[in-house]
Write a protein that binds this ligand. Structure first.
Ligand SMILES: [Zn+2]
Ligand SMILES: [Zn+2]
Length: 90
């Protein structure tokens, strides 16, 4: 089996990245599509995906302002917006 790399262009940032032949074989074996993004963008995509999953739209329990919270809307936690939070603890 020949060792080598294939050049590919990242669909997200347009920079060139290399796919190692072994990697290509791995994707083929697993029936997975070859990556279309450079390792950097793939890492970023993974991170943003993880962040999104953790954030929920909620309303401040005091002033009803729309906020983003890490607590689920159905959780028992009282959630305040930044303003109310600082007022509350100050
Ligand atoms: Zn990229
Ligand atoms: Zn508030």
């Amino acid at each position: 089996m020949a060792e080598g790399t294939t050049k590919s262009t990242c669909q997200d940032c347009g920079s060139e990245f290399q796919i190692v032949t072994q990697e290509k074989i791995f994707y083929k074996k697993k029936n997975l599509p070859e990556p279309k993004s450079c390792p950097d963008c793939r890492r970023k995509a993974r991170l943003s995906l993880r962040n999104e999953r953790k954030l929920y739209h909620r309303t401040c329990d005091k002033c009803q302002k729309k906020i983003i919270s890490t607590y689920r809307p159905d959780s028992e936690y009282t959630v305040y917006c930044q303003d109310c939070f600082w007022k509350y603890i100050g």
